[in-house]
Design a protein around this ligand. Structure first.
Ligand SMILES: Nc1nc2c(ncn2[C@@H]2O[C@H](COP(=O)(O)OP(=O)(O)OP(=O)(O)O)[C@@H](O)[C@H]2O)c(=O)[nH]1
Ligand SMILES: [Mg+2]
Length: 331
């Protein structure tokens, strides 16, 4: 057996002592997707012993429902059919393993996308957070602050969302809770606030600056102009900054999230994706659709509302979280 078994063995041998908490969090956070997706795969395997056209049709539906994306699913089914033919596979139980195998291949194939955060060795690392309304930008900033402060870094939050009522105090509250420094001013030009915030960040010798922005996409041209202005201010102030522009996507919006990623990619240089609210949805397959459709690395995933519910994205742990019932099988 190909990759799946290799993966299974590798994961079992993998030293997970340091990441045990992460494995548990993935496990819990992906429960909804796993229950729906893997249960349906199992039911399908029970319903059909042999691989038939009907089997493929139902499989296609299951994959689309998991929000893997229609194009990805089509290509996937084609590849699967070719493999069935080539390897003369007729047993659906065996095919199930091939499916996991092939899903893994989707992610690891093609260009390698680094999930590492690009840190600035000479001064503050600036991380700009963008995304449409309500996806979880502000919460993610809080979670990142919590993570970096725990790692011993000095963190500052800058409130670049200056117009929405309550946005600045909301971020300030998170700064107080996490112990991050804060800079913000309501009802004023975001680029100006960011400028002043960065001056302060340099004075305070901050390691990481997290910048919140407003989430409007109704008018793409305006948003583009605003982000251009913000980027210019950041770049003239700190060389090479922003070091990361993270697009936040709400996983429960499924294919809509993919469209947002495509839009933002045209507007500004997105260096990574934060996929939030995976805990509340069965659309966990969106990770694969992002890889194939958008080709921007998922760097973090949100698995809950609390500060500690943000995890660095790791494809092996993710696949394990999705298919653990199959992987742990027989133990
Ligand atoms: N379950 C769950 N909820 C989340 C997650 N991330 C964010 N949320 C919730 O999503 C809601 C919106 O989060 P915000 O951080 O305010 O979103 P935003 O993008 O800053 O929104 P605007 O500032 O209005 O554009 C809040 O209720 C968060 O608690 C997650 O990973 N899981
Ligand atoms: Mg916000």
């Amino acid at each position: 057996m190909g990759l799946f078994n290799k993966f299974k063995d590798a994961f079992k041998k993998k030293d997970t002592t340091n990441v045990k908490e992460d494995v548990k969090a993935y496990d819990k956070g992906l429960e909804k997707t796993r229950k729906e997706f893997v249960n349906e795969l199992n039911v399908l395997g029970l319903k059909y012993n042999k691989v038939t056209d009907e089997y493929f049709e139902e499989l296609e539906n299951i994959l689309i429902m998991a929000d893997i994306g229609v194009n990805t699913v089509m290509k996937f089914i084609d590849r699967l059919k070719a493999r069935v033919k080539k390897e003369n596979i007729s047993d659906t139980k065996y095919l199930q393993e091939v499916i996991v195998d092939e899903l893994f291949i989707i992610y690891v194939s093609g260009e390698y996308l680094s999930d590492k955060i690009n840190m600035n060795p000479n001064g503050p690392t600036v991380i700009l957070m963008v995304g449409v309304n309500g996806v979880g930008k502000t919460t993610t900033i809080a979670k990142l602050a919590y993570k970096y402060i725990n790692e011993g870094k000095k963190v500052m939050m800058i409130a670049g969302d200056t117009f929405r009522a309550g946005a600045v105090p909301q971020l300030e509250e998170w700064a107080n809770k996490t112990g991050a420094l804060f800079y913000g001013k309501s009802n004023t030009d975001p680029a100006g606030v960011i400028y002043d915030g960065l001056v302060k960040a340099k004075e305070e010798k901050v390691d990481i600056v997290l910048i919140d922005t407003a989430g409007r996409l109704q008018n793409k041209v305006n948003l583009m102009k605003e982000l251009e202005k913000i980027n210019k201010v950041i770049g003239t102030h700190i060389e090479g900054a922003p070091h990361e522009t993270l697009l936040v996507i709400d996983a429960s919006t499924g294919q809509n999230g993919i469209l947002q990623a495509e839009s933002f990619k045209e507007i500004t240089n997105i260096t990574g994706i934060v996929l939030t609210k995976l805990d509340g949805t069965a659309k966990g397959g969106i990770v694969l659709a992002i890889k194939e459709g958008v080709n921007i690395p998922v760097k973090f995933i949100g698995l809950g509302e609390k500060m500690e519910d943000l995890k660095t994205f790791d494809i092996e742990t993710y696949i394990y979280g999705l298919f653990k019932d199959m992987i742990d099988d027989g133990e």
